[in-house]
Write a new protein. Structure first.
Length: 241
C-alpha cells in the first residue's frame, strides 16, 4: 500500500509540475481576451456617445491653456464638407473595410513617402490612441480599425472624424474651424470654404484656409472636382443621407 501511495504522489507531483510554456500561453490568451473585450466596449461606447475630447486635444489644451472645440452632428454640417474631406483624404472611403490595401501598396512602391491612412484609421488614432510614428501605435491602429468599421456606420466614422480633426493650432473639429476661418457655422460653409478646410487637413499648422497659398488654392480646386466625382459615381453614398 505504501508503494502505491508513493507512486500516486509522484504522479500527482508530475501533473502539478510547472510548465512555463503552457503558463505563458494560458495567460497570454487571457490577456488577449481582456484587451479584445476592452476594445469592443470602447468601440461600442463611442458608436453612440460623442467623445468629449481626445488624448491629443488634452495634450494641446495643457500646452496652450485651452483649445477651441465644440461637437456638431453631421446633420448640421454642410454636405459638401463631408464630401470634400473624403475626396481629400480617402476617396475610396465607402469601398474599403478600414484599410485601403491598394493605397498601402502604392505607398510601399513609392518608398513610404506618401500616406496611406484611411479616414477610419485616422479616426481610430485620434479617438483611441496617440500621435506619433511608433510601430506599436501603428499595429494597434491597424488592429482596431476593422473593429470600428464593423461596429460603426461609415456616416458615424466620418461624423467623428470631422469633429476631432485638427484644423489649426488649438482648433479642433469643423464647427470651430468654420467659425475660426470664415466666421460662419459648419452648415453655412460654401463649396470653396469647405474645400479649403479639407485642403489644410494633412498639415493644419502649416497651411491656412483664410489666407491660402497657391498650393492650397490649387489643392482646393482639385478637391472640389474630386468631391463632385465621388458624388456622381456613388462613392459618397455610404455617408450621404
Amino acid at each position: 500500500m505504501a508503494r502505491k501511495s508513493s507512486k500516486r504522489t509522484s504522479k500527482s507531483k508530475a501533473k502539478r509540475r510547472f510548465r512555463p510554456g503552457r503558463w505563458l500561453f494560458r495567460w497570454g490568451l487571457r490577456l488577449t481576451s481582456v484587451v479584445f473585450l476592452v476594445a469592443v466596449v470602447a468601440s461600442l461606447l463611442w458608436s453612440v456617445l460623442n467623445p468629449p475630447t481626445t488624448w491629443y486635444m488634452m495634450q494641446e489644451s495643457r500646452r496652450l491653456g485651452g483649445v477651441d472645440h465644440e461637437w456638431v452632428p453631421i446633420e448640421e454640417i454642410a454636405p459638401i464638407m463631408a464630401r470634400a474631406a473624403v475626396a481629400a483624404e480617402d476617396a475610396n472611403f465607402c469601398l474599403h473595410w478600414g484599410l485601403d490595401v491598394a493605397a498601402i501598396r502604392k505607398a510601399i512602391d513609392a518608398g513610404g513617402n506618401r500616406g496611406a491612412s484611411t479616414i477610419s484609421q485616422q479616426t481610430v488614432k485620434n479617438v483611441y490612441l496617440w500621435h506619433g510614428r511608433s510601430w506599436v501605435r501603428k499595429v494597434m491602429e491597424a488592429a482596431m480599425t476593422p473593429l470600428v468599421e464593423a461596429l460603426w456606420s461609415k456616416r458615424r466614422i466620418l461624423e467623428v472624424y470631422l469633429n476631432v480633426a485638427e484644423f489649426d493650432e488649438g482648433v479642433f473639429g469643423v464647427e470651430a474651424a468654420a467659425r475660426h476661418y470664415f466666421g460662419v457655422g459648419p452648415d453655412d460653409l460654401s463649396n470653396v470654404q469647405a474645400a479649403r478646410l479639407a485642403a489644410i487637413l494633412p498639415n493644419p499648422k502649416g497651411r491656412s484656409a483664410r489666407n491660402p497659398s497657391s498650393f492650397v488654392r490649387k489643392r482646393a480646386s482639385q478637391i472640389l472636382s474630386g468631391a463632385a466625382t465621388i458624388r456622381a459615381d456613388g462613392r459618397a453614398d455610404c455617408f450621404e443621407s
